[in-house]
Structure formats: C-alpha cells, structure tokens
Design a protein around this ligand. Structure first.
Ligand code: ADP
Ligand code: ADP
Length: 226
C-alpha cells in the first residue's frame, strides 16, 4: 500500500523581489510501505517544497497529496504524530551529550526515557552517548539528528539531505542506519541532489526536475540508465 501518494502537485511562489516562480508543475510521487525511497533532483528542482507540502508546512496550489492514507493538509493530528522529519540540519546544544539531548526531547514530548538507549542503539551512537555533541563528527551529528526524528516511533520518516557532506565511512554508517530503520518497519523518504548517495542508501527512487517527475522505480532499474 502507498504511504505517500502525490498526484499533479502544483506550487507557485509569488514574491515582490523574485516575481512568480513555479516550483512544482504537476508532480507525481508514490512511496510504498517499508521502502527507503530516494527523492533525487538538482538544487532548485522542488524537493524541499514537496517535503514541506507533505508535512503540512506549506499549502499546495493544486493536486492531491495523501500521507498514511489521509489527505494533506486536512490530515488529523493522529497522522502528524506518525510522521518524523529532519528537514534541515538541526541546531544542537553543543555542551549536551547525545544522551542529554534525547532525554530532554523525551521529557518535552512525554516519551519515556527508556527510549533514549533504544534510539542510540539504532543509530549506532551508544558508545559515544555520554560525550558532548561538540566532539562529534558531522556523521555522528547527522545520526543524532535521525535519532531525534525517530524518538516517537514514526511510521514515515522524511529526511532532507541527511548525507550532505559525509565522507565514505559516514555514508556507509548512514546506509546501515537506513537498513535498520526499514527493518524496524519504517518507511523513509530521503531527498538528495547526489546520484551516488541515492544509489547507496535507497531501494527505490523518484527523480524530479523543474517541478516534474522525470523517472521512478527501483534504484537498480532507474539509475543504471543515467
Ligand atoms: P530543492 O529542494 O530541490 O532545492 P526547492 O523546493 O527548495 O528545491 O525550490 C524549488 C523552486 O522554488 C526553486 O526555483 C526555488 O528558488 C523556489 N523557491 C523555494 N522556496 C521559495 C520561496 N520561499 N519563495 C520563492 N521561491 C522559492
Ligand atoms: P548518576 O549518579 O549515575 O548520574 P542518576 O540517577 O543521576 O545517577 O542517573 C542515572 C543514569 O542516567 C546516569 O548514567 C546518568 O548519567 C543518566 N541520566 C539521568 N538523568 C539524566 C539527564 N537529565 N541528563 C543526562 N543523563 C542523565
């Protein structure tokens, strides 16, 4: 069944400074349950706009969007709780440890603190959990950000450029993490402008260019032809 269903999505930005800009021009995307789905396209192609519509952060100008079976933006708060997101590099408290950071979020979100060690294990940060975030590599910070996004056991996880700037070792750890998330029953949508990242991290892919879908299917089928 489809976890994300996007049909004919349109979005036009209007501003005094930039004039009118059509960010999405009849865009389609389908993401099935249990996939790590790559959302690949160059900068400015409309990825962030799509993700913001999915999350109910911005309104579409036309088309239909369903997330976990419910229409957006009328989705109930119950659906919103089942969606986790990492839409930009989060700001951390550099003097907090990963453990402190997650414990604080548990308290704020009424999640039991027993969840802290579970997500630390999931993202592979358990042995550094008591060290301050300021001592972490970029890859460790990105994995902590993913841990923050999955604290409430979302069914759908939306990640915007989670592998940006990672070295090959960081990418491998991110790949293991994507596998672990999928194995735990989560569906992941991962936006990236880097072909190699999507090839390494994802099972299936939608390619966007100028606000339109220009390809979709399994990574093996679609990206081998590019
Ligand atoms: P991507 O995430 O793929 O880089 P975006 O969705 O951010 O693409 O941008 C798609 C298009 O919409 C680009 O041309 C961008 O300049 C434009 N755009 C994005 N956000 C805004 C905004 N708030 N106001 C005006 N134009 C915007
Ligand atoms: P301890 O003296 O071992 O710190 P605590 O009862 O304070 O005993 O905490 C038990 C464990 O949980 C400790 O390992 C502690 O570091 C951790 N812990 C408890 N609360 C927090 C918190 N707010 N921030 C960071 N770690 C915490």
């Amino acid at each position: 069944s489809a976890v994300v269903e996007v049909r004919g999505l349109r979005k036009t930005y209007r501003s005094v400074r930039w004039g009118t800009r059509q960010a999405l021009d009849g865009f389609d995307m389908t993401v099935h349950a249990g996939e790590v789905h790559g959302f690949l396209g160059p900068n400015g192609s409309g990825k962030s706009t799509t993700l913001r519509v999915l999350l109910g952060l911005t309104r579409a100008g036309g088309g239909e969007v369903r997330v976990l079976g419910e229409p957006v933006p009328r989705a109930s708060p119950r659906i919103a709780r089942r969606v986790g997101a990492l839409v930009e590099s989060p700001r951390f408290f550099p003097h907090f440890s990963a453990w402190d950071t997650l414990a604080l979020l548990c308290d704020a979100g009424r999640v039991p603190r027993t969840r802290v060690d579970e997500v630390l294990e999931l993202v592979g940060l358990r042995d550094r959990a008591r060290d301050r975030v300021r001592t972490y590599s970029l890859g460790m910070r990105q994995r902590l950000a993913v841990a923050m996004a999955v604290l409430k056991h979302p069914d759908l996880l939306i990640l915007d450029e989670p592998a940006n700037g990672l070295d090959p070792a960081g990418i491998r750890q991110m790949r293991d993490l994507m596998r672990a998330l999928a194995d735990s029953g989560m569906t992941v949508v991962l936006a990236s402008h880097i072909l190699g990242e999507v090839q390494q991290l994802c099972d299936s892919v939608t390619i966007i260019s100028d606000g339109r879908r220009v390809g979709s299917g399994s990574v093996a089928d679609v990206l081998s032809r590019h």
